[in-house]
Write a protein that binds this ligand. Structure first.
Ligand code: AP5
Ligand code: MG
Length: 189
């Protein structure tokens, strides 16, 4: 089982690189952000709750997001592994993921930390906001997402170092070049 956590600040390329990993390694992909945006689109109750947090650049409550993740994980049958994109984002979520995988006799194989300078993150997300219009890709909300990343999410770097699963990836450069570094790290597992 290949269980990959793809980690990084907003705009670091988690979604972009996940698509390539899925293609090469044939594992399932779960992006909690994509799940929530789909719920917003469908106009569900969960979608309404999600929208109120996402529009403010804030994280949804851990319990809610952990339940979503658990049910998605259960829906993957005969899976070769999973790439977790945008989850975990807090220490509580990382502990829940560890427990969920342990219940299934599994563990995180590697945590890939896409490291990208802040000015580049801002440039990428502003550009995407202008082109495709994700509601949270405006300067004010991006700034809030970055604050949340630094206060609640980046402590996971030390947490995963402690687990012996941490792998730094230079997230600046061409998408192909970054993927080559990722594939090299995965192939060493
Ligand atoms: P989420 O959807 O996870 O958004 P995010 O973390 O802010 O990250 P993005 O999806 O914006 O960026 P990405 O790293 O995937 O980069 P991408 O590949 O798209 O979460 C959204 C919200 O949902 C959160 O704020 C929160 O409210 C809620 N949420 C989600 N998960 C949660 C959780 N676990 N707990 C609580 N709340 C949760 O790339 C970005 C752009 O850059 C693209 O346009 C891309 O084409 C471009 N790009 C990619 N790579 C490169 C490159 N190498 N060079 C140049 N451009 C590039
Ligand atoms: Mg994404």
């Amino acid at each position: 089982m290949l269980n990959i956590v793809i980690f990084g600040a907003p705009g670091s390329g988690k979604g972009t690189q996940s698509a390539r990993i899925v293609e090469k390694y044939g594992i399932n992909h779960i992006s909690t952000g994509d799940v929530l945006r789909a719920e917003i689109k469908k106009g569900t109750e969960l979608g309404q709750i999600a929208k109120s947090y996402i529009d403010q650049g804030q994280l949804l409550p851990d319990e809610l997001i952990i339940n979503i993740l658990a049910s998605t994980l259960d829906s993957f049958k005969d899976s070769k592994g999973v790439i977790f994109d945008g989850f975990p984002r807090t220490i509580a979520q990382a502990e829940a993921l560890k427990a969920m995988l342990a219940e299934r006799g599994q563990q995180v194989s590697i945590m890939l930390d896409l490291d990208v300078p802040e000015d580049e993150l801002m440039t990428r997300l502003i550009k995407r906001g202008q082109e495709s219009g994700r509601a949270d890709d405006n300067e004010e909300t991006i700034k809030k997402r970055l604050v949340v990343y630094h206060s609640q999410t980046s402590p996971l770097i030390d947490w995963y170092k402690n687990e012996g699963q941490y792998q730094h990836i230079n997230g600046l450069g061409t998408m192909e070049g970054i993927f080559a570094e990722i594939a090299e790290a995965i192939d060493k597992i």
